[in-house]
Design a binder for this molecule. Structure first.
Ligand code: AMP
Ligand code: MG
Length: 488
């Protein structure tokens, strides 16, 4: 049986950035979910270790051999306002594990009790919030979105108060690292230029080692993160994913999606769609995500700029230029995603306008984002009628569809093959809001079966399977607006 093999490079290299800490003792830990495939991929002990042993380790009851738990300090811009002192208030980094292939991953608890960064809050998490993060992060991974993963959920046997009492749990999260833009903002605000440069070196070596030889390493890091985030947000946009709380403390240096609090997938498409109960002005609305991503990258640049200039004064201009030109970089990723969704193999002039025009036409149609792209593939054989049921104004895409069809015909190729290629890009099963909510309500009441069925569907998102039809339906007519909450 594999053992835990920790190698805690961050605590070793950057002791100033973290505080040694211990998880709270759970009352009566019980393993609710365990991700065997992920454990195997990481070379960690699996279910054969025994459910009680896993529940003990992954709840804070028993120390995980070799772990050196720390709470990380970080800062961040929350809804545009700088908070110099955030940090792991309900999370605890157990350490880093080296997988059999040599890749390094953070193991982190979420909901394991108060830390020095908790302010007045309890550092706990509800079972529903832990299950929600598990479900959505695993769905994202299956959708080929860079994402933190979920290894386990352990119910602690405790009740916690969130307006009403709820069962509590600890989620074990796996990430390429937990470094975020806010880590650099914290270093710049509290430790100064040399600490920022040291952190940049650490991050570059860990996430972008191929760039370590570049003359200006803080600039190389800015460039690498700008690229990774452009790619990531383009992928979100291609899947109708709304992160919901793109504060700089929730933007990773690795380019993985992190913090599945108020996130949700679009039902009806609208660029202005917001789910989060606290996003009153639509700062993090669906269509704002690329804009906000760039805003966040400016904050990373601000934190790095002195370290960049220290290497070479002239490189400040390179940093400025890189961000000025970022929209073109993002657009190239978005166009690549859209070509794949629309079945276009060749890159032709006019493709960008074709893709943009689709969304312009869809605004106000309440068209289900996910279903519409599957319907487009069906329309290759069945004609425009395949789309009509998805649109409130049935004829709204007639002209667009003809242009798209002509563009495809011009490229040639077998329509059935093209439809299959599109179906491998456009998911059928996503964690739809009404399904997720219903499954979590039942899980909290003690019945995990609906949650497990949904998890199974959304972790195999592309291939149609017998008996799963109801997972492809949009929100029931007349459902109230779906609302999500942070920090539950
Ligand atoms: P988040 O919305 O998860 O990105 O959290 C923002 C900040 O609030 C982070 O510093 C969290 O650690 C902290 N935080 C959120 N929920 C809790 C909680 N229940 N207890 C303590 N700190 C929390
Ligand atoms: Mg966060």
């Amino acid at each position: 049986m594999p053992l835990w093999s920790f190698d805690n490079s961050l605590a070793r290299a950057l002791g100033d950035f973290c505080v040694p800490w211990q998880a709270a003792t759970p009352r009566e830990p019980r393993l609710v979910l365990f991700n065997d495939a992920l454990a195997a991929r990481l070379g960690l002990p699996g279910r054969v270790a025994g459910e009680d042993a896993l529940a003990g380790w992954l709840s804070g009851r028993d120390p995980v051999p070799g772990s050196e738990p720390v709470a990380l300090a970080y800062a961040g811009h929350q809804f545009g306002h700088f908070n110099p002192q955030l940090g792991d208030g309900r999370a605890l980094l157990l350490g880093e594990v080296l997988a059999p292939d040599g890749l390094r991953f953070d193991l982190q608890f979420k909901g394991s009790g108060a830390t020095p960064f908790s302010r007045s809050a309890d550092g706990k998490s509800t079972l529903a919030a832990a299950l929600r993060e598990y479900l959505i992060s695993e769905a994202m991974a299956a959708l080929r979105v860079p994402s933190t993963r979920s290894l386990a959920v352990v119910a602690t046997g405790e009740g916690i108060w969130r307006e009403t009492p709820h069962p509590a749990a600890v989620l074990t999260r796996v990430a390429a690292s937990h470094l975020r833009i806010g880590s650099f903002e914290w270093a710049a605000a509290h430790k100064g230029r040399d600490a920022v440069a040291q952190l940049a070196d650490y991050a570059l070596e860990r996430h972008y080692p191929e760039r370590m030889h570049q003359a200006n390493r803080p600039l190389a890091l800015l460039d690498a993160v700008a690229e990774a985030q452009a790619r990531l947000v383009a992928r979100w946009m291609a899947l109708g994913f709304v992160h919901g709380v793109m504060n700089t403390d929730n933007v990773t240096i690795s380019g993985e999606t992190i913090d599945y609090g108020p996130c949700a997938f679009l039902d009806g498409y609208s660029d202005r769609q917001v789910f989060s109960s606290i996003d009153h002005h639509g700062r993090y609305a669906f269509g704002q995500q690329p804009v906000v991503c760039r805003w966040n990258l400016y904050k990373l640049a601000s934190a790095l700029i002195e370290a960049i200039a220290e290497v070479d004064q002239a490189d400040s201009e390179a940093a400025r230029l890189l961000l000025e030109q970022w929209p073109a970089r993002y657009e190239a990723h978005w166009l690549r995603e859209m070509r794949a969704k629309l079945g276009l193999v060749e890159a032709r002039d006019g493709d960008l306008e074709l893709a943009q025009e689709l969304f312009t036409r869809l605004e106000g149609q309440q068209a289900d984002f996910t279903r519409l792209f599957r319907a487009l593939a069906v329309s290759l054989s069945d004609g425009y009628g395949a789309l009509e049921g998805e649109l409130s104004d049935r004829g709204v895409l007639v002209e667009w569809h003809a242009r798209w069809y002509a563009r495809l015909a011009d490229e040639g190729g077998d329509p059935a093959e093209r439809a299959a290629r599109m179906d491998a890009e456009n998911p059928l099963y996503i964690p739809r809001n009404h399904l997720t909510d219903a499954a979590l309500t039942e899980a909290e009441a003690g019945d995990l079966a609906p949650f497990l069925a949904l998890l199974d569907a959304v972790t195999h998102p592309f291939e149609p399977r017998e008996g799963l039809d109801r997972y492809t339906h949009g929100a029931p007519q007349g459902s109230p607006r779906h609302v999500t909450y942070c920090g539950t």
